[in-house]
Design a protein around this ligand. Structure first.
Ligand SMILES: [Cu+2]
Length: 228
């Protein structure tokens, strides 16, 4: 799958500063209205926003490398220790599978969409030091309170139904280098047809946001893990 990149590249640069601002005009998942316009969400890798027209960053496009994963299961170091190596994360409506409680620093998240109907993704972030609230609790907060990320997203991997994820250019490859808590979510609009999604993504070049349509994370597609 190909996706656009401009917006994502921006994200990497706009980093933290833009984070709050972005979140502000993006979050607010479900306004519920019915309008189906694509939003020109600025450089936010983050949460979808309100409304508007296509124009800006939609979904990632310039995919760097296909994270051919699947088989690369979790390589456990020890019987009960944290996972390590390539960590296979699966996505479906509306949750993630294969998420270990903890992994060793240097482990890499490899995403695979096992759904047969919707596009899914993982947008990976490291949480700010001292943040103790749970992932779902954090993602339920209003945009202006999205100050819990430690910098810009580390990686975004998007996948069509039944496909391995493709990494968005300009971000990381899913490797979790530093110890700490990490959170990842899927911001694809609920119920959006795959073909339509990629069409909108190609048009905007960043996250795809549709007014009135909540992103998958509002349905529970959020997860977290600890890197040791
Ligand atoms: Cu999803």
């Amino acid at each position: 799958m190909r996706c656009q990149r401009s917006a994502w590249a921006l994200i990497g640069v706009a980093a933290c500063t833009a984070l709050v601002a972005c979140a502000q005009d993006s979050a607010q998942p479900s306004r519920a209205s019915g309008a189906v316009t694509v939003e020109p969400t600025a450089a936010s890798a983050a949460p979808p926003a309100t409304s508007t027209t296509i124009g800006a960053p939609a979904l990632p496009s310039t995919v760097v490398a296909s994270t051919a994963v699947a088989s690369t299961a979790v390589a456990s170091t020890a019987p009960a220790g944290p996972a390590s190596g390539d960590i296979a994360i699966t996505g479906f409506e509306y949750a993630y599978g294969g998420v270990p409680a903890s992994v060793l620093a240097g482990s890499r998240l490899v995403f695979d969409n096992i759904s047969t109907t919707e596009v899914h993704e993982i947008v990976v972030w490291r949480l700010a030091a001292g943040e103790t609230r749970g992932a779902k609790e954090l993602m339920a907060l209003p945009a202006e309170e999205w100050t819990f990320f430690d910098g810009p997203p580390l990686a975004v991997s998007i996948a069509a139904p039944g496909e391995p994820g493709s990494l968005v250019e300009g971000l990381g490859d899913g490797t979790l280098e530093l110890p700490g808590r990490y959170l990842f979510y899927c911001a694809i609009p609920v119920g959006l047809e795959p073909a339509r999604f990629f069409e909108l993504s190609a048009q905007s070049g960043g996250p795809v946001v549709i007014d009135g349509v909540p992103p998958h994370y509002t349905k529970g597609m959020v997860a977290e893990l600890i890197v040791e």
